[in-house]
Ligand binder design. Structure first.
Ligand code: PLP
Length: 392
């Protein structure tokens, strides 16, 4: 039995609750709502219905034949790119909007990096007729413009954040500030397995449907367990949900972080390789920081992986060796994106391309093995970046 986190929100020495006093009651209220959900068949059934008929679950598990042939492994792609709104984020926002409704909240706030979580939040707010405000770094608004337009069309207000590096970390700070002021009326739909307890647990549980379906599907299609499962890691939600049902199995799990322009180039990235434990956004976890504990700016070609920390459960999995963590550079990810497009007719998100890029770069490790890769999202949102980087 997997019993993480403990009742005060710790995964070993990581996690916990480090927040302003005003949010203590709000987080307790959220935990109670989630505990109610866990034993209420009606609410669970409502979520199941929405996931099936609104979001399009189960998503396919697809044997990528040409990719497999080229790299000498049997490669299956879990097609979260086919989920409504184009990424795995909706699994979490659908679950959390039901919790918000149960708590009687009328207003939703969220942060977003690549804009996928903002779109998934604006989508469920529209679905439930709730007011929605999304905080987004102004740098990210520039590089993910189509998603800004989608959020506006869905009726959300998108607020540019001009502090700090003007990316995801700063958007989370701004959303937390809003929440401190408006917590009676407002639920904050946090988009990854980060933040104070109970968010890392709630988001992991809502994303675990990815791994549960994959497990059933791979047994159906191959008659057995895979050898490997690989997913990209930004905050770590798609990876946590994908890995969770496999955590006590023999399947080798690999989380791939953004390696930016290359680890020797002075870029700060790959939190679990180069970071150290510290506190960011309400929990203890690995963080990219200087010797004085100042959080350092990170860089990745994919806005969704541009985050200087990682969920606390991943920090625990790293130390315990239950999951291996690796990285993939901007260039390798971009190459993988082009390659999958041409070998399989699937344009992957640049985030997901990091998982593919790692497999392609290290294909000798995967020879004759059965490998599941979580294709966390589709690449339409990245077309501007892809065109610029590849010169197509
Ligand atoms: C947001 C996003 C990610 C990164 O977030 P995680 O919480 O690490 O999953 C990865 N892939 C896609 C397509 C995304 O939209």
């Amino acid at each position: 039995m997997y019993t993480m986190p403990d009742e005060i929100g710790y995964f070993g020495e990581y996690g916990g609750v480090f927040i302003p006093e005003t949010l203590v009651n709000t987080l307790n209220e959220l935990e109670s709502a989630y505990n109610f959900f866990c034993q209420d068949n009606n609410m669970q059934d409502e979520l199941r219905q929405l996931l099936q008929h609104y979001a399009g679950r189960p998503t396919p598990l697809y044997l990528a034949r040409r990719l497999s042939e080229k790299y000498g492994a049997t490669i299956y792609l879990k097609r979260e790119d086919l989920l409504h709104t184009g990424a795995h984020k909706l699994n979490n926002t659908l679950g959390q909007i039901l919790l918000a409704g149960y708590m009687g909240k009328k207003r939703i706030i969220a942060e977003t990096g690549a804009g996928q979580h903002g779109v998934a939040t604006a989508t469920v707010a529209a679905l439930m007729g709730m007011e929605c405000t999304v905080y987004m770094g102004s740098v990210d608004m520039e590089r993910q413009r189509p998603n800004v337009s989608r959020m506006k069309l869905l009726g959300a207000e998108v607020v540019p954040v001009n502090h700090g590096s003007r990316t995801l970390k700063d958007a989370i700070n701004q959303a937390l500030r809003d929440w401190v002021t408006n917590c009676n009326s407002t639920h904050y739909i946090l988009g990854s397995v980060v933040g104070p307890h109970p968010f890392p647990r709630i988001v992991r549980d809502f994303q675990s449907i990815i791994g549960e379906e994959s497990l059933t599907q791979v047994i159906e299609q191959t008659g057995g367990m895979p050898d490997d499962a690989i997913a990209c890691v930004g905050g770590g939600s798609n990876a946590a949900g994908f890995f969770h049902p496999f955590i006590h199995s023999k399947v080798k799990l690999t989380g791939v972080e953004a390696g930016g322009r290359g680890m020797s180039d002075g870029d700060h990235c790959a939190t679990l390789t180069t970071g150290k434990p510290g506190i960011l956004h309400g929990c203890i976890t690995y963080i990219i920081q200087d010797n004085n504990g100042q959080v350092l700016p990170v860089h990745s070609v994919s806005a969704g992986l541009d985050y200087p920390a990682v969920g606390p459960e991943h920090s625990f999995w790293k130390d315990s060796g239950q999951v291996s963590y690796a990285h993939c550079s901007d260039t390798q990810a971009m190459r993988a994106c082009v390659e999958l497009s041409r070998l399989e007719g699937i344009i992957p998100a640049l985030e997901s391309s990091h998982a593919l890029g790692y497999l392609m770069e290290h294909s000798e490790k995967f020879r004759n093995r059965t490998v599941l890769i979580n294709l966390s999202g589709r690449g339409d949102k990245d077309m501007d970046t892809i065109l610029k980087e590849t010169g197509l």
